[in-house]
Design a protein around this ligand. Structure first.
Ligand code: SF4
Length: 225
């Protein structure tokens, strides 16, 4: 973990509130399996009922972007994932993403789908959640984001029930999501049987990719892994 920045270390405009920076294996989506440095920003305006990172809602420490880049570099891998919480809730996340891209990393951003992604550097692969009714936050979806998606981006649904699956299937068709970018469906842990979800996708020939989160299988979602 990097040391907290002192008050005088950097202009306030260059600082972000960080919960943790750590090296692990990317557990989901297109970069699954790559050794990856995770930069977890503090804070999230949502409260999904299945949230597994509530420890990132509060606390954290201020760090300047130069210190964050130095910590990322110390891990010696090329994949970086900026996550949260909801990283875009801190406006300076946009500058951090740009600096990471400029430094030559393969950068992904995990975002709730509730905030505008329009200012994110196009070199970043945006992994955009679409919140289902079962999340308890479906009303937070910022639907205008869908028009901004490119093949470099990804959309992720966490499915909590058969009803959630049917809702998500409708959204995939309504917005022709599979023609825009890769689409991932994963089961909400202990709410949907993974085999059942896989069967539903196959039966419907749905143009989406099923995934199980590797970090949950490997380490049961311990913080910092
Ligand atoms: S958007 Fe992510 S971090 Fe925020 S409450 Fe939902 S699952 Fe948790």
């Amino acid at each position: 973990m990097i040391p907290a920045a002192s008050e005088a270390a950097a202009p306030v405009a260059d600082r972000l509130r960080i919960t943790e920076i750590f090296l692990s294996l990317q557990g989901e989506a297109r970069d699954a399996g790559w050794p990856t440095v995770f930069v977890r920003l503090t804070g999230c305006p949502l409260r999904c009922q299945y949230c597994d990172t509530a420890y990132a809602f509060h606390g954290g420490e201020w760090h300047d972007i130069d210190a964050i880049l130095a910590e990322v570099a110390s891990h010696g891998v090329r994949h970086v994932c900026v996550t949260g919480g909801e990283p875009l809730a801190q406006k300076r996340c946009i500058g951090l993403l740009r600096r990471l891209c400029d430094a030559g990393y393969t950068v992904s951003l995990e975002t709730s789908g509730a905030l505008d992604i329009g200012e994110v550097d196009p070199r970043v692969s945006r992994v955009l959640d679409i919140k289902t009714p079962g999340s308890a936050e479906v009303h937070r979806n910022h639907w205008a984001n869908i028009a901004l998606l490119t093949p470099h981006d990804q959309v992720k649904f966490v499915i909590c029930s058969r009803a959630d699956y049917e809702w998500a299937r409708g959204i995939v068709h309504e917005h022709a999501l599979a023609a825009r970018c890769e689409v991932w469906f994963s089961p909400s842990k202990s709410e949907v049987d993974p085999g059942a979800l896989a069967d539903w996708i196959v039966a419907d020939r749905l143009p989406v990719r099923f995934q199980l989160q590797l970090h949950k299988l490997l380490w049961n979602d311990e913080p910092g892994r």
